[in-house]
Design a protein around this ligand. Structure first.
Ligand code: AMP
Length: 281
């Protein structure tokens, strides 16, 4: 595995691969790698000759009260994991590389980024779109791999690629969960043992909605209510949002009769967890 941290080194590596006609897939991450990240790597390896993975804790997507300072950065373990899954290029840029020279240009998606997490994390998705475009411009991959764990992020980047005619194929990879249903996340490491024990309730809530949807219930309020009822049984949770939106436009509809996203963000103690499920008629 090649480990690089400068733009010049990435470009030199990419040019040598592309010269021989190899296809390149790219997996951007913030590190603290887990099975969710590795499933993106596995999808990427299946479709491409070369797999590039970046680890960069992007400061512009964190709000002033958020966990930028305490975000896990286990670089030694991450490097070993990336190598063991067959990553070809590991890109570890610095803040100086990504935002040096007083960067003042940002990419702003103006519609899909205003709802769900965007309502509660102002500026978050501007940071995400900006860093992803910077990374795409450096790596110039054929395909980009994103997890549906962050479904809103996936849709926003897919939209950015479409709106800005980016020459990259954006691929969404299904959510990977622990055995008890909790979606794998770097932030699960913040949970204490009793919080960790009840955290799978979020998945159970989404499943409860999926079940009545499969049985024919399409009323948006009923689908949201059943999920809320499951979560409310555990007083430790505080729901930030629980919404059902039509997939393409991220708008609310009275009935889930088109592909829809049931998405939630909840605090469990100080830890903010997100999860979602897609309802397909
Ligand atoms: P992060 O390091 O949290 O920025 O995540 C990097 C990428 O991994 C994003 O595209 C995430 O959506 C994806 N990802 C994180 N957790 C999971 C998961 N449990 N299942 C699938 N993809 C995931």
């Amino acid at each position: 595995m090649n480990i690089v941290s400068t733009i010049a080194d990435v470009k030199a590596f990419m040019q040598s691969q592309k010269k021989t006609g190899k296809t390149v897939g790219f997996v951007p991450t913030m590190g603290a790698l887990h099975q969710g990240h590795m499933s993106l790597v596995q999808s990427c390896k299946k479709d491409n000759d070369i797999t590039a993975l970046s680890i960069y804790v992007n400061p512009t997507q964190f709000g002033p009260q958020e966990d930028l300072g305490s975000y896990f950065r286990p670089i030694k373990e991450d490097t070993q994991m990336a190598a063991s899954y067959g990553v070809d290029l590991l890109f570890l840029p610095t803040d100086e590389t990504m935002y040096g020279r007083h960067a003042s240009t940002y990419v702003v998606e103006k519609s899909l980024s205003k709802v769900l997490c965007g309502k509660f994390r102002p500026g978050h998705f501007d940071g995400v779109t900006t860093i992803v475009l910077k990374l795409l411009n450096i790596l110039n991959p054929d395909r980009l791999y994103l997890g549906l764990k962050d479904a809103q992020q996936y849709r926003i980047i897919e939209k950015m690629a479409e709106d800005l005619f980016l020459p990259v194929q954006v691929k969404g990879v299904p959510i990977i969960r622990e055995d008890d249903g909790l979606a794998c996340s770097s932030r699960n490491g913040y949970l204490n043992p009793s919080e960790r024990a009840i955290a799978p309730t979020l998945f159970k809530a989404l499943q409860a909605a999926q079940e009545i949807f499969k049985a024919g219930q399409t009323d948006t309020s009923a689908l949201i209510q059943i999920a809320k009822d499951v979560i409310s049984k555990q007083s430790e949770f505080s729901i930030q949002y629980l919404e059902l939106l039509e997939w393409e436009s991220f708008t609310m509809r009275p009935r889930a009769n088109k592909k829809s996203l049931l998405a939630l963000a909840c605090f469990l103690g100080k830890t903010r967890l997100i999860d979602n499920t897609i309802l397909l008629p």
